[in-house]
Design a protein around this ligand. Sequence first.
Ligand code: SAM
Length: 322
Amino acid sequence: MIVDRQGRRFRNLRVSLTAACNYACTYCVPDGKRLVAAQDELSAEAMVRGVGYLVEAAGIECLRITGGEPLVSPKLEAVLRGVSTLGLADISLTSNGQLLSRKLPLLLASGIRRLNVSLDTLDPVAFRAIARGGDLPTVLAGLDEAHAAGMRVKLNMVPLRGQNLDQVLPLLEYCLARGFELRFIELMRMGHLARDGNSFLRQFVAMPELLAMIGERYRFAQADAPVDATALRYEIPGQGFFGVIANESVPFCRTCSRLRLSSTGWLHGCLSSSNRHYVGDLLDKPRHQALPALQGLLVKALGDKQEVAFSGGVTVMKIIGG
Ligand code: SAM
């Protein structure tokens, strides 16, 4: 097992199926152009082999399939089928929910029982302004179907000053009514926001302000969360839970256990580092050749983690999988 001086190791792997996305969210891509799939995307077989090698070499226990938008990828079915045989403790998926209705039968048949759906507003006009793609009623219909099918759902919302703060309470109410857990994600200095500090600061909303808004309507108390959780969890007694991923206000780098594999075969040990390590060529090699080489790269990737706090990263979230 590869462990660093702070006792951190990789336990959670996020695999970006594709950089392609049917949205172009303002905080993710700067110019409104939707990202398309890279020409050199890994095949489904290579990805599954890669996950298997990382389970062995790094001790990965939990896998999250992400993107880009994973539900647009033609590899979805083959990857889900492949990773379901690897003995992982948990496999979940992050999506913008636009294709959820259509793909729900496949997700259920593949054993997926936990979904994170990104939804920044319940207002259709603000939705189009932020996502620059998609259609809100379609997402809501997909969420209803996932709920009815018994999926455990978390909603991700990025609070953005001047754009969706009026939606903090409506989204929380919407989630509490359905037993979904709402996760507020503090805006991160990623991609263009890492380069343009003013744009970041104009939009950024910190956890204390959020909690104060919620406190005007609900009483809540901090709840338990796993040691390496990125979110602080809160319970609204008798009604449910919500969480805040407070990258800036309460950094969680000291306990981070995340590793990311991009759709083109690069390992990222930290969102805040521009270092990445190419493993695409190893995934065609037999296990006895691939594993020793992978171990060396994993040591480097673990060394890329920040000591204490996220300080920004120029990589676009859609490329490495949020
Ligand atoms: N397409 C999928 C989705 O929408 O969930 C998966 C990829 S998306 C990059 C994953 C998550 O990253 C989303 O919840 C999105 O809101 C979040 N995200 C992207 N850029 C971000 C940023 N600069 N700060 C905070 N969250 C960000």
